[in-house]
Each structure stands twice: as C-alpha cells, then as structure tokens.
Design a protein around this ligand. Structure first.
Ligand code: SAH
Length: 360
C-alpha cells in the first residue's frame, strides 16, 4: 500500500524516496511537515535562537566558482580587505552587545600570508574578548596544518559548504580544474571533521541543473558526514557570473524559498541536535524570511556586523539585504511573537557536537 504523507512523517527512519516526497510537499502538506520539524526542534534544541555576528573579512578570492559574485574573474566589483582595526571594531560590537559568537567569512585564499593573518587576528580577538566569544571561520579550503593552527589559536567552529554533494552537479557549477576539485573539497571537510572543530557544511538550493533527488542526497550526505552544523540557502542568480546564462531554467524565486524551508525542516527531522542557520539569502527574498526558517527548524541567525561601507562589495548574489549604516538587524520582537527567544550571551554550541565530543 502506498504510504501517505502523514505515514511518512511518523516513520523513525526516512528512505531517500521518503525524503523526496517530503521535499515535494505542496503547501497543505508542508504545514504537517513544519509542525513535525517544529515539534522535534523544541524537544531537542529548545526555543532559543543563537546569534553569530557575521564579519565579511575580504572579497578577494582566488577561486572562480560559476555562481558567485566575488569570483576572481568578476571585474565589476571593488575588492576590499578589512584592516585589523576594522575587524576588531566589529568584534568589540559583538562582544559588548552580548552576541557570544562571531563568524569570520572571506573569499578563498590558500597561501601563507592569509593563514598568518587569520592566526594573528584570532590571537587579537581572543585577547580583546577574554575568550568570551566563540569564533566560527568560513575561509574555504586550507591545508590540514592551517586548520589545526587556527583551531589552536582559538577558532572553535568551521563552516565549509560542499555546495552540492553530487559530483556531476558540483562539476557543472565550478570550473573544471584542480583549484575547484570536488574530491579536494570533500577531503577538506573530512579533515575538519576529524579535528576538534564543530564542523559545518551546506549547499545552495535551486541551482540550475539541480533535481529534488540531488537535494535529498545532500541531506543524506550531511548525515553521513555526521556534521554538527549546517548553513544552506537559496541560490540567487548574479548577473556577473557564468551561471546567469541559465536564469531562465530556474525555479521561481518563491519556490526556491519554499524549498529551502522544506530542506531545513527535513534536515531537522534527520539530525535533531545539530545547529541550523537561517541564512541571509532567505532574507533577500522575503523580509521575514529568517523567522520562517526558524519556525521550520533553524536555531541560528547571523546578523551582519561588517562595517557598513564594505557591505555592498560582498555581493555574492544580488539583492543582498543592506541595512543602513548603524542598523544591525536582530529580529527579536518578531521571534518573540512566534514563541522563540534570542540566546543573548550564550555560545549556543551544537548539541550534536557536545555529545559526540564527550563520547570521544
Ligand atoms: N569562499 C568561502 C566562503 C565565501 S562565500 C568558502 O568557500 O568557505 C559563502 C557562501 O555563499 C558560499 O559557500 C556559497 O554557498 C554562497 N553563495 C555564493 N554565491 C551564491 C549565490 N549566487 N547564491 C546563493 N548563495 C551563494
């Protein structure tokens, strides 16, 4: 007998086909899906939403990913690199405003000078904040040695999106050369997972050529790697990138948004205790995008605390939300209204990580 949507939601173990059915949910069925993921979220990770102050360190990038606005070949953006003083000013803001966590994200450079720069910054940040801020790095593929040094110098978490866990799709959205090797990215992620980092990955949703089956495989991949945290968001076309040529093949933007919410919900069901971020890309589509993601199962938000004058140059995609200079958006009131609380002053480490670490 064919399983109904409700039958699938009751199952302990979801098959790939079950996941596909859940991801294909229409608006009626999706209500059941979101109710289930919210129930699991409240039971396993509670109603807190943790903050990560996002600092976009530099848009200088050595890679040429076919979807990304800060790709090396894009001549239409102004490249910047924050000074240490600028970074520390943002850090101080996060520290004084009780964020408890930071993310430092950057274009990808795999060289000694960059590795040293991050080392020095980590030391300065730890000193300034007396170790009271947990730090996530999102600085791309690096050698194992560099990852370990950064970890030793105070980075607690690392986010390296696999972008797509399907090799054929990965190769369609990246140049075909050594610098953009699928195997190398997988190796980097595995290297991170073996260290003491809370390890995060993620993907883009609604890419050209991407199928629902690919997305189901991405979720299963995250579970197989036994990841601690995930940041995934809708793909947003960027006019200065090669993938822009395929814009007419994309799902409408509202559908990519809806699919992202369903991905978050199914991931919460599959991996109950991990941290899941409601990404900025969601906010670019709908102004209460992040709140919807929280209701679907996300428990982390990343307010952008990069100095305002640089924010417009970190244009990974178009329509990126750019709050005015002094404004940093923490949607606290809206979250309170739907029963959630900001975890001010709490690290909000991944419960999944804490458990597996104690086991080690
Ligand atoms: N290069 C760093 C991170 C910088 S880019 C790294 O690899 O760790 C941060 C993320 O933005 C990427 O991982 C990618 O998933 C996302 N991104 C890039 N272009 C995008 C686009 N056009 N739409 C949506 N997300 C995009």
């Amino acid at each position: 007998m064919k399983q109904t949507f409700t039958d699938i939601l009751k199952k302990e173990e979801l098959s790939r086909d079950n996941i596909i059915t859940l991801l294909n949910a229409n608006s009626e069925d999706s209500k059941l899906l979101f109710a289930k993921s919210e129930e699991i979220r409240l039971k396993y990770v509670g109603n807190k939403v943790y903050l990560r102050g996002l600092i976009e360190l530099s848009n200088i990038c050595g890679k040429d990913c076919l979807y990304c606005g800060i790709r090396k070949s894009n001549k239409n953006i102004c490249r910047y690199n924050l000074t240490d003083e600028e970074v520390l000013k943002s850090v101080k803001y996060a520290y004084e405003n009780n964020y408890a966590s930071l993310v430092i994200q950057s274009g990808e450079l795999e060289n000694k000078a960059f590795a040293e720069r991050i080392n020095n910054l980590l030391v300065k940040i730890k000193k300034l904040t007396k170790g009271k801020l947990h730090i996530t790095l999102s600085c791309g593929e690096q050698s194992e040695d560099t990852y370990l040094k950064w970890n030793k110098n105070g980075a607690n978490r690392y986010l390296l999106r696999i972008e797509s866990s399907t090799k054929e799709l990965y190769n369609k959205i990246h140049p075909n050369n050594k610098k953009h090797s699928f195997e190398k990215r997988i190796e980097a992620l595995n290297a991170l997972r073996k260290t003491d980092y809370q390890t995060g990955t993620g993907i883009m949703i609604g890419l050209p050529f991407q199928t629902i089956g690919n997305l189901a495989d991405d979720l299963l991949f995250m579970r197989k790697v036994d990841i601690d945290m995930v940041g995934m968001g809708p793909y947003l076309e960027q006019k200065d990138t090669p993938l822009y040529d395929f814009r007419n093949t994309l799902k409408p933007i509202e559908e990519r948004f809806f699919l992202t919410l369903k991905m978050i919900a199914v991931l919460r069901i599959l991996m109950k205790e991990i941290n899941i971020a409601a990404t900025t890309a969601l906010e670019a589509i709908e102004n209460k995008g992040r709140e919807k993601a929280v209701k679907a199962g996300a428990n982390v938000i990343m307010p952008n605390i990069t100095p305002a004058i640089y924010r417009e140059n970190y244009m990974i995609y178009e329509n990126k939300p750019l709050p005015s200079s002094s404004e940093i958006l923490v949607p606290e009131k809206n979250l309170n209204k739907i029963g959630y609380k900001i975890g001010w002053g709490e690290f909000g480490d991944s419960a999944h990580f804490c458990k597996r670490f104690k086991k080690k």
